[in-house]
Write a protein that binds this ligand. Structure first.
Ligand code: CP
Length: 307
């Protein structure tokens, strides 16, 4: 039995196969309508979510399976003090696979140690968000036709942004990927990513604070939200929340074939006037998230591709 807790749990070859399967699903959706008949996914969300929870549920329903779960800690027995390890023992009796989001880093790992069903990390604190990364990889591969030889700008909250940490971990395995890390000093990438992931793998990267200066160099711009829920005080949040706002004027500085991704939700960091730009790919990214989660559920449940 396999879990997905970290993007590195799958090899580059396994990710390539999973993205191929997701792409086949995209183009032949009806063929997959019954491959998970009788199977159930439990979505255990101790933290708010729109996309990740609903896309897991949509994915399982598209495959013919069913869904159960909870969408907040307060509506589960966690509110009475039940531990993650006890909860997963119960859920293993009710479902065939589960996706867990938790504010504490490592909670899905703890669950996996006590689970008899595959556990998918759907985001743990400021740590990792591997299924967002699979979504991002599918989006980039679909838009650029490759996952190598590119310059990726990551902009915004690089300190607490789990999507950024997971994406860097995944992309350093592809040749000639260069990073521009665009953030205010207070929200710079954590040292363990800078030293243990980027420097340890001899990856070319620059830490900068100007989005304008970075724009012309980029093949992909990955915008992120400054996350109010990760700050210890409101004053710092208010000071930093609008440090980057992508608007039409900034888009004029970019290449014609640069694409903008964002894990969403957005607040102010991308002006709605950018949404109609053909290079704005963040809503297409959401659709890819369903296909990639369908492929992931099939892979972890060892469901064969239909003939
Ligand atoms: N991208 C993402 O994780 O969105 P949600 O928080 O809405 O799940």
């Amino acid at each position: 039995m396999r879990h997905l807790l970290n993007p590195l749990d799958f090899s580059v070859e396994e990710i390539s196969s999973l993205l191929d399967l997701a792409s086949d699903i995209e183009h032949n959706l009806p063929r997959y309508a019954h491959v998970c008949d009788g199977k159930k996914i439990a979505t255990l969300f101790y933290e708010p979510s729109t996309r990740t929870r609903l896309s897991f549920e949509s994915a399982m329903l598209n495959l013919g399976g069913s869904v159960l779960g909870f969408s907040s800690a307060s509506s589960s027995s966690a509110a009475k003090g039940e531990s993650v390890s006890d909860t997963i023992r119960m859920v293993s009796c009710y479902a065939d696979i589960c996706a867990m989001r938790h504010p504490k880093e490592g909670a899905p790992l703890v669950a996996s140690l006590h689970s008899s069903i595959p556990v998918i990390n759907a985001g743990d604190g400021g740590h990792q968000h591997p299924t967002q990364t699979l979504t991002d990889l599918m989006t980039i591969r679909s838009l650029l036709g490759r996952l190598d030889n590119m310059t990726v700008g990551l902009c915004g909250d690089l300190k607490f942004g789990r999507t950024v940490h997971s994406l860097i971990n995944a992309l350093v395995r592809y040749p000639n990927v260069r990073f521009l890390l665009i953030s205010p000093t207070e929200l710079k990438i954590p040292e363990y990513i800078r030293e243990d992931v980027l420097r340890a793998n001899n990856i070319e990267f620059v830490e900068v604070d100007s989005l304008d200066a970075a724009m012309p160099e980029l093949d992909i711009l990955y915008m992120t939200r400054v996350q109010r829920e990760r700050f210890f005080n409101e004053e710092d949040y208010i000071r930093l929340k609008d440090c980057y706002i992508l608007d039409k004027a900034k888009m004029k500085l970019a290449k014609d074939h640069m694409f903008v991704l964002h894990p969403l939700p957005r607040v102010n960091e991308i002006s709605v006037e950018v949404d109609d730009d053909p290079r704005a790919a963040y809503f297409r990214q959401v659709q890819y998230g369903v296909y990639v989660r369908m492929a992931l559920i099939m892979t972890l449940l060892e469901v064969a591709k239909p003939c």
